[in-house]
Design a protein around this ligand. Sequence first.
Ligand code: HEC
Length: 141
Amino acid sequence: MKLTLRAVIIGLLGISLVALVIVRGCRSPRDKGQILYELHCESCHGKNGEGFYSYPPIAGADYLETHKNEVACMIYYGMENPIVVNGEAYHGRMLGNTQLTEVQIANLANYIFSFPGNSGATFNQADIQNQLENCSGSVVK
Ligand code: HEC
């Protein structure tokens, strides 16, 4: 009896493990972007990109929309020059994320452009690669 119970428990654990692997493997690019955002960005920019104190908002941010073509550079190299976001001046420092791959940056960029008030612009790996080859301006290298 004891043995059967143990077998059932081990079996259930095995099934959950397989289910977990399947679910993780099936995450959509948007989910992947969200996970990356929560890991690398949320602490400063807020769960929904609303910003916090000296950290500018990303949701509904005019700066982000007018600097669409630099989004990969901002994420990869970070930023430290004075900027104005929705009429508010910011002069902070955002560290780069050079550990991220182009695909991860694309997922992140697509995620933040899907925040409320943003245009929903999308980027693929080639767009990100192209941007990274042409970084300049307020971006830290
Ligand atoms: C340690 C805090 C911090 C983290 C973590 C952080 N940022 Fe920032 N971010 C800032 C600061 C500060 C600025 C303003 C930089 C300046 O003044 O030049 C900024 C600016 C920006 C901007 C341009 C301004 C705007 O609001 O449109 C974007 C876009 C942005 N960050 C996206 C991200 C993304 C995406 C991540 C995650 C990969 C991230 N940030 C992680 C602090 C942070």
